[in-house]
Design a protein around this ligand. Sequence first.
Ligand code: FAD
Length: 403
Amino acid sequence: MSQPAEVLIIGAGPAGSALAYFLAQAGRDVLLIDKAEFPRDKTCGDGLTPRALGVLRHLGLLERITDLGCRIAGIHLFTPDGRCVSSPIPPHGDLPRHVVVLPRYQLDDALRAHAVAAGARFLGQVEALELLRDGDTVAGAHAKSPTGPVTLRARQTVLATGAAAGLLDKAGLLAAAPQYGRAARGYYEGLGQVSDYIEFHLESVPLPGYGWVFPISATAANVGAGYFVRPGQARPSSPRRVLDEFIANPLMKERVARARVVGAIKGYPLRFDFPTTRLAYPGLVVIGEAAGLVNPLTGEGIDYALESAEVAAQVLIAALQADSSPSQTETRYTTQMRARFQKAFLTIGQVRDFYFKPWLLNRAGRAARRHPDFCATLVNVCLGNVDPGQGLSPKMIWQLVRG
Ligand SMILES: Cc1cc2nc3c(=O)[nH]c(=O)nc-3n(C[C@H](O)[C@H](O)[C@H](O)COP(=O)(O)OP(=O)(O)OC[C@H]3O[C@@H](n4cnc5c(N)ncnc54)[C@H](O)[C@@H]3O)c2cc1C
């Protein structure tokens, strides 16, 4: 069987579905495939930052997603000494002043359906096994479907397969082994003290890393823990073990004791090697977490998935209209992505490695409790609104030193 398309998008997570929507909306012929049938679960904290909500606004989905999800008004940040800094979501440009927590089972299906409503074709249970090539140019994929093998030819192919790097690896397109963090989460019904604030916990977790409580209703929350591993650093035994230790700490134990876990507790990797990974090849662009786009401080990846889809949409719509060569498209996409994310990702990684020490984080907590401007910047960094390299003014460093 053969299914030709102008643009083939492999993977219908937030990156793939958002791009499918933008392209279909511009009148392009789009085939979106996923190895899963939808709706499907994706192991995640389910948190949508104001930046992610900003792109959902461009997609015309902000109100729907906010109505479906749990609207969050602020943040509690627990430092390693167990003390808390609290803040409402600070204003940042014209971004929404709230966060939304919505299980991925619902979010991803809403995005996928939105793309289909705009005219994209979607095939579930179709797994790309190998990229198809015409000489040096990627020209689609060989896939398996419930009815047998299928060849998906396309003028432009997009890889939006998340943390799984198998396709790139198999095609010999992976320059280096990807860098991964690890995290696990469960849904806890009847959890104590659930409010309309999300919680980040830096106590009882390996650093750099954190535990979280992200409310999904007035009585339930997505509770998880994750960590990043620096090269040469010993890796914790498993994300599940890290989660177990997090919920056994004195701040969580009583709350969890009364709660019931709904569904399975699941772990999954997070790929965060954007600065060093290749982003495009002739005939192929890579978006979302498949391009290593996970914030190396917060583990947040949905916003970057959506933002990279916006970048790819602009480049691909122009390229298809102008009939640009595959190598021109490759260069334009890479240049735009590097201009947008490279500096921030590099500084976030450096700041994380320097500041994620218990005594320094405790000191930052003290400074945040004393100085509202320090607190607002800290929260903006946690939300990915502010690049920590730019946010740390001399005044803030002085406030941090004084603690
Ligand atoms: C435990 C955990 C907690 C997290 N918490 C948050 C959070 O709270 N907020 C946040 O913003 N980010 C969070 N993240 C990161 C976030 O989940 C990802 O960065 C985000 O899902 C990336 O979106 P994506 O569209 O690039 O890829 P994905 O959402 O992973 O989607 C990829 C899709 O590709 C499909 N696919 C893969 N291979 C193939 C193939 N060969 N053929 C066909 N289909 C294929 C998959 O089935 C999947 O549907 C968390 C991650 C983890 C592991």
